[in-house]
Design a protein around this ligand. Structure first.
Ligand code: PLP
Length: 445
């Protein structure tokens, strides 16, 4: 495998030997060569930089064909971002003013922007404690005949029980949109996520599995959704072959085109996906082994048995009350370091726009007292055994510290971890924690 390697930028210290968290994206040499030769070709081939070309010409249709082949789904449309893909999906699902759309409160708020723009109404359903994805039982409880769509996010790469939700949605004529922005490579019951609901949405942004700089894709088995997406989110030249019944308002479309050089990169990176996926899985297996002895207090957020996680962020379940190193019996242990902080249904912007929301106790509990994400692991595409043993040492240091300190313990767990990982108290660039204080014993408050 052509592993991405970090080159030292001119004038900067560091480089491949610095003991830092692996950065992402670092392109493999063959992808760089492919992009260079595509740029060379622009001197004589106008198709390279033309994203308006009809189907079958230039890098964008080639990328779409390779992406749909990889997921074994008939249709893919390349778009400008994962957010654009969500918007395109809501348009394709015919979401109209007043329609309800079910959504997870433990999420990135992107879809809410489009619900606002479409004058639709979010209905928040709770997540399952294990996967942090939408809980089908909560969907069953809150779905109505006004629910036009359910957005099922595969949270941080962990596959949701989307097959169950598809069954529930079918009884209400509701479209299932899978938000796979961070889940390319995940599988639910042997099927690629994104291909189980009606529409799958992917991000090709810089911290995602197929990093094209920016970009997004929707995939579908439904030719009507495919045609509608071409008609509403691409230049009319790409949709020229469609019948006029699909193009209801000529010239009225969202300019969500992917950059053709992004498509060139995507095409060059698709062959790397499998090896990267396997290496990430091996690294998380190594980490799981390390954590095994204290799985009562710190463990990975895992996929359900038989499902395949896409691994991209180090999201943990933490229960220090269960720790076997002396924390038993201490009250009010709190952890909170992202990535969500405040569940969407409790955010001011949501309450101002849509009023009071139904409770989602599991998402609330996770955000209030148990949230811990160490960093992105999207760059773990080479053996990270050394880094993983340093993470292990850092976690031991945190747990030891909490054991030896008094009741008013209050410290930056991130700093301790960072010291263990990098040998200094200075946060490495890629650690995405924002330095939130993690309070391990809150008795004094
Ligand atoms: C779950 C989720 N959905 C949608 C998006 C939007 O993707 P993009 O940044 O490509 O617009 C993101 C971005 O991180 C995301 O995490």
């Amino acid at each position: 495998m052509d592993a991405p390697t970090k080159q030292t930028p001119p004038g900067k210290p560091g480089g491949v030997d610095s003991p830092t968290w692996p950065e992402w994206p670092l392109l493999p040499p063959d992808a760089i060569e492919t992009a260079k030769s595509a740029l060379d070709r622009t001197a004589w081939d106008p198709a390279v930089l033309n994203g308006f070309r009809p189907l079958g010409e230039g890098p964008i249709p080639a990328f779409e064909a390779a992406f749909s082949q990889r997921l074994d789904v008939p249709f893919a449309v390349a778009l400008s971002s994962g957010a654009a893909a969500l918007h395109a999906a809501l348009i394709a699902a015919d979401v109209r003013p007043g329609d309800e759309v079910i959504i997870s409160p433990y999420s990135w708020p992107q879809a809410l922007v489009f619900l606002d723009a479409l004058d639709a109404v979010p209905v928040f359903c709770d997540v399952t404690a294990e996967t942090l994805c939408l809980n089908p039982a909560s969907v069953e409880e809150r779905i109505t005949d006004k629910t036009r769509a359910v957005i099922v996010e595969h949270t941080a790469g962990c596959p949701a029980a989307v097959d169950h939700i598809v069954g529930i949605a079918a009884r209400h004529g509701t479209t299932v949109i899978e938000d796979c922005a961070a889940a390319l490579g995940a599988q639910r019951r042997g099927r690629a996520v994104g291909t189980i609901g009606d529409i799958g949405c992917f991000s090709l942004g810089p911290r995602k599995h197929l990093p094209c700089g920016e970009g997004g894709v929707i995939v579908t088995r439904d030719s009507r959704i495919y045609e509608k997406t071409l008609a509403t989110c691409q230049h009319p030249d790409r949709a020229a072959f469609l019948s006029s019944s699909v193009i209801s308002a000529p010239g009225f479309f969202w300019p969500y085109r992917m950059h053709p050089i992004g498509a060139v990169l995507g095409l060059a990176l698709i062959p790397h996906l499998e090896a990267w996926h396997q290496e990430r899985a091996r690294n998380h297996e190594r980490l799981r082994d390390r954590l095994r002895d204290r799985s009562g207090c710190v463990r990975l957020v895992e996929a359900e048995p038989g499902d395949e996680h896409a691994w991209g962020s180090l999201l943990l379940h933490v229960n220090l009350m269960e720790s076997n190193i002396g924390l038993q019996g201490r009250p009010s242990i709190r952890l909170r370091s992202g990535p969500v902080h405040t569940p969407l249904h409790q955010r001011g912007v949501v309450l101002d726009r849509w009023g009071d929301q139904l409770a989602c106790p599991i998402a609330e509990a996770r955000c209030n007292s148990q949230e811990w994400m160490i960093a992105d692991t999207i760059g773990w595409v080479t053996n990270q055994g050394e880094l993983i043993s340093r993470i292990d040492a850092g976690l031991t240091a945190i747990l030891d510290e909490s054991h030896h300190s008094g009741n008013n313990l209050l410290f930056q767990a991130t700093e301790i971890l960072d010291r263990a990982i990098c040998g200094s108290g200075i946060a490495s660039d890629s650690l995405v924690n924002d330095g939130d204080i993690i309070v391990l014993d809150d008795r004094s408050r």
